[in-house]
Design a protein around this ligand. Structure first.
Ligand code: GLY
Length: 437
C-alpha cells in the first residue's frame, strides 16, 4: 500500500513513524531530517493542492494522511478524493469546525451541545461596542478563521481592558485578520485546559489518551504564547486534574459535534482535536482542530498498540471499532531556537545525537528545521521535540530531560514540563476553582 503524509513538522514525523508495513511518501516544505530518512519525499508547498494531487497520482498513492490545517482549509481532501485517492482528514466543509469559529459556536448553539459558552459573532465594529461594555465579565476576542494560534486574545491577559478589546476588534474587521471581516467574542473561561484527540469515521468517535499542552514560552507557564513548548499524558489516559467522568463528558461533546457536523455539512472523517477547559461546572469547549495536535500527537501516537494504518482504513470505510494504547506516561519537550517565539534565531546549526537520545530511552521528532549538506539548520520556529515514555510521569519526564543534553546549539527548552512541581501547581489551580463554587 502506498501512503502519502502531507506536512513538514514533528507532528508529521510522528505520523510517519506510526506508518508500518506500507510504502511511505511525503510532501514537505523543508527537508525534515526525520521524515526524509523514512519516506520517499518531495519538497514542495503543502498548499499546492494540484501539485500534491499530481505527485499522489504519479506515485499511485492509495491513502493520504493530512497533517496541518492549512491544506484542509483549502480543500485538499476534496481535491484528492476527486482523483480517487482516499484521505484521512475532513473535507473542506467538515474542516470548518476548525477553520470557521462562528460555524463551530453556531453548531453548538443549534444542536444544543453541552460545553457551549456565551458568544456573539460580529462583522460590524459599531455593533460590538455595546456588547463589550455591557457584558460585565472578561471576554476573549477571536478572528473567525485560521491565525496559526496567534489570533486569540484574552482580556486580562493579552488585552488590558474592554477598550483594548475594542481596538483589537476594529483591527480584525478592518484588516480582515484571518481572511474574514468577522470576529467572535466569547466569555473568558477559567479553569485548566486539556486536549482530547479522537479518530472519527463519519459517525463514531474513538478517543485517545488526554494530554495537556504548555503553550507559554517560559517556565511556570509564563511568557508569550508559542506553538506549544511541550505536553504530557498519564498512563491511565486521564490527567492528574482530569477524572474519568469529565473525560467522558468531553468525549460525549465530541461525539455530539460529529453528529451535528454530519447533519450540517456531511460526515467528518479524520482526526478531531478537542481543546477543553475544565471549569468549575465541567468541561467547556475552547476550540476544535481538524487534525492531530502538535505537540499532543507526539504523546499519543508512540503509545498506539492498534495498527495505525488499519485505523486509517477504518476511518475511510466508516468502520472504526476500538483503538488500544499502551498504559504508559509520556512527556514531550520542544527544543526551540533562542529568541523564539518573537525573534527565533534561524539558520543556526544544531547537532542532535540521535543514538545517545535513543540510548536514554527517548525519541526525537524533528520540527521546523532544514537539513542541508548533512547539517541541521534552525528556522525561526520550534526545532525538534523529545519524548520520554515511562511507567510514571516522573520516569517519562526524567527520560525526556536527560535526552535534552544531546541537542547542542543556540537553543532552549522548558525544564519544568511534566515535573511534579508544575503538575502540582495545575492541580492546586483546579482545586481553587472547584472549591470556589
Ligand atoms: N497544541 C495546539 C495545536 O495543535 O494547535
Amino acid at each position: 500500500m502506498n501512503i502519502l503524509v502531507v506536512g513538514t513538522g514533528a507532528r508529521e514525523h510522528a505520523i510517519c513513524n506510526a506508518v508500518k508495513n506500507a510504502d511511505l511518501y511525503s510532501i514537505m516544505s523543508k527537508k525534515n531530517p526525520g521524515i526524509s530518512q523514512i519516506s520517499k519525499f518531495q519538497i514542495s508547498n503543502e498548499k499546492d493542492l494540484i501539485g500534491i494531487k499530481e505527485y499522489a497520482l504519479k506515485n499511485k498513492i492509495n491513502m493520504a494522511i493530512i497533517g496541518p490545517e492549512a491544506p484542509l482549509e483549502m480543500g485538499i481532501v476534496n481535491e484528492l478524493q476527486s482523483a480517487g485517492i482516499s484521505c484521512v482528514g475532513p473535507t473542506k466543509e467538515a474542516a470548518r469546525i476548525e477553520t470557521d469559529k462562528a460555524f463551530m459556536r453556531d453548531l453548538f448553539n443549534t444542536y444544543k451541545i453541552d460545553g457551549s459558552i456565551i458568544y456573539r459573532v460580529f462583522d460590524n465594529f459599531n455593533d460590538t461596542k455595546d456588547f463589550i461594555d455591557e457584558f460585565g465579565q472578561n471576554i476573549v476576542v477571536k478572528p473567525v478563521g485560521l491565525t496559526g494560534g496567534k489570533g486569540v486574545k484574552i482580556v486580562g491577559e493579552h488585552l488590558k481592558d474592554g477598550e483594548a478589546a475594542k481596538q483589537y476588534v476594529k483591527e480584525i474587521i478592518n484588516n480582515k485578520i484571518s481572511g474574514h471581516a468577522q470576529v467572535v467574542i466569547e466569555e473568558r473561561l477559567i479553569g485548566e485546559e486539556f486536549t482530547v484527540q479522537a479518530f472519527v469515521d463519519g459517525n463514531k468517535v474513538i478517543p485517545m489518551p488526554a494530554a495537556q499542552d504548555h503553550p507559554h514560552a517560559y517556565e511556570n507557564d509564563q511568557g508569550p504564547i508559542t506553538g506549544g513548548m511541550g505536553s504530557y499524558s498519564d498512563k491511565n489516559g486521564l490527567l492528574p486534574f482530569l477524572d474519568k467522568k469529565n473525560y467522558q463528558i468531553s468525549v460525549k461533546i465530541m461525539q455530539e459535534t460529529v453528529n451535528a457536523i454530519k447533519k450540517e455539512v456531511g460526515p467528518y472523517k479524520g482526526i478531531l482535536y478537542g481543546q477543553f477547559m475544565l471549569c468549575k461546572d465541567g468541561p467547556k469547549l475552547v476550540e476544535y482542530n481538524a487534525r492531530f495536535g502538535d505537540p499532543e500527537a507526539l504523546n499519543v501516537l508512540p503509545l498506539l498498540k492498534t495498527d495505525f494504518i488499519e485505523l486509517c482504513k477504518d476511518i475511510i470505510d466508516g468502520n472504526l471499532k476500538t483503538a488500544d494504547f499502551k498504559r504508559k506516561a509520556t512527556v514531550c519537550k520542544y527544543i526551540v531556537p533562542q529568541g523564539y517565539p518573537e525573534t527565533g534565531k534561524s539558520e543556526q546549526i544544531i547537532t542532535v545525537d540521535e543514538t545517545k537520545i535513543n540510548q536514554e530511552g527517548a525519541r526525537v521528532y524533528y520540527a521546523a528545521v532544514n537539513q542541508k549538506n548533512g547539517k541541521i539548520f534552525t528556522s525561526k520556529s520550534r526545532a525538534l521535540a523529545l519524548v520520554g515514555i515511562g511507567n510514571t510521569l516522573k520516569e517519562a519526564e526524567e527520560t525526556c530531560e536527560n535526552a535534552t543534553k544531546y541537542v547542542k546549539g543556540d537553543v532552549y527548552h522548558r525544564r519544568d514540563i511534566g515535573t511534579a512541581n508544575l503538575i502540582e501547581k495545575r492541580i492546586k489551580h483546579m482545586t481553587t476553582i472547584t472549591s470556589n463554587l
